[in-house]
Design a protein around this ligand. Structure first.
Ligand code: S3P
Length: 173
């Protein structure tokens, strides 16, 4: 079983992936970590040096390799669902979990998570709040369309989100 966590930046995908993998006693991988390891630089540097298109090509290559693995929890980047090719990779043989978060929650989490700012370059050139509003409007229908199950993360700690995922996927017995 492969479980793929999707959702916007700040939805808690990496933290929840780690919790879930502990509960399931399996490996977890953050696709952004893998991209940075392969490129030998931060996502912000990839965007700045090579452009978003190159980042998206690296992302597709990494997703292809990670989706060949079984018994893994995969935290996908917030834009991983944008390409049809990626959606096909993620949905083939995997359960897709959309971690949903309100814009206000996303802003608070991104501000608190300054350590990962280097992997979150601006995607629109606009301010943080305008960018979140614009991209959530574009992406929400795609997240919804891909998801086998959806968990609202606003009121929940990561451990509670992980437990809810297992409950919804009927893996908690
Ligand atoms: C992106 C989200 C980031 C990272 C890159 C692009 C996006 O991942 O892949 O900055 O397009 O939303 P996280 O969602 O893990 O922050």
């Amino acid at each position: 079983m492969r479980i793929v966590l999707i959702g916007y930046r700040g939805a808690g995908k990496s933290t929840v992936a780690r919790e879930l993998a502990t509960l399931l006693e399996c490996d977890w991988v953050d696709a952004d970590d893998e991209i940075e390891a392969r490129a030998g630089k931060s996502i912000a540097s990839i965007f700045a040096d090579d452009g978003e298109g190159h980042f998206r090509d690296l992302e597709t290559a990494v997703l292809r390799d990670l989706c060949a693995r079984e018994r893994i929890v995969l935290a996908a980047g917030g834009g991983a669902v944008l390409r049809e090719e990626n959606r096909d990779l993620l949905t083939a043989g995997g359960k897709i979990v959309w971690l949903r978060a309100a814009p206000e929650t996303i802003i608070v989490r991104l501000r608190a998570d300054a350590g990962t700012a280097a992997r979150r370059p601006s995607l629109t050139g606009g301010g943080t709040e305008a960018e979140i509003a614009e991209l959530l409007e574009q992406r929400t229908p795609i997240y919804r369309q891909c998801a086998d199950v959806t968990v609202d993360t606003d009121p929940c700690a990561p451990a509670e989100v992980a437990a809810e995922i297992l409950r919804q996927l009927k893996l908690d017995s």
